[in-house]
Design a protein around this ligand. Sequence first.
Ligand code: KIV
Length: 277
Amino acid sequence: MAKKITVRTIQKIKENNEKFSMLTAYDYSTAKYLDEAGIDVILVGDSLAMTALGYETTHAIGVDEMKIFTKAVVRGVNHAMVVADMPFLSYHTDIPTAVKNCGEMIKLGANAVKIEGADDYIYEVIKRLVGCGIPVIGHVGFTPQFLNTIGGYNIQGKSFETAQQILDQCKQLEQSGAFAIVLEMVPEESAKYISEHLTVPVISCGAGRFCTGQVMVCDDLFGKFSDFKPKFARKYGDMKSLILNCAKQFNEDVKSGNYPNDDEVFKLSEEELKQLF
Ligand code: KIV
């Protein structure tokens, strides 16, 4: 069996100039198949608020719901590192609450947590979490939990100045103890510059080709989520059509009497049957 991916594995991948893959998963069987396929890191992303629960943004989901999805994913995984995405306001109010909520995810079997943002408070949160033995992935560039203050789905780091600001944030995240950083919606040249100036691996989420890791939302990869498609998402399958076709065929089969067939029903013994009819 393949060895469990750890923080050390991820660090070595950066040191050796190699790459790693990261996908979201929200349920047991998807997590199981991603793990079987050799995906290195499985993120229980708060994107599930949109893709699995149908909300418009990630703000609606809370810690209690994230715990349910985290438990399901953990049960499906042997090899990959499981990262629990900490939802909106679960780590922002004060450090004890952040430690409690992040610690719950580790108790449930997650191997690390991911938190968004970069300011003095977030750096302190990361230091405390790492001090408690909780590995942390940072997340900067476009940060969906800050959608309302950012003012839209805007690309970040489009100038030398803003790329430099993001690099400064990443350096602080690194110094605070984050073992990897997700960089979302950043031009690839800026991401390359940022990645080359850090010792921790940068994970691209729409930040181009020069990062150590690449992450994608599984529903985009499978072609399941169809409300919108981010420019950086690549559709590897057409699960929407697959689901539609299966459901249409089932609907027709039920109505035409073609489902269930003889092999798909339970039968009474001859003896019992005689008493009924
Ligand atoms: O919630 C999520 O799925 C994420 C990734 C897209 C990085 O944060």
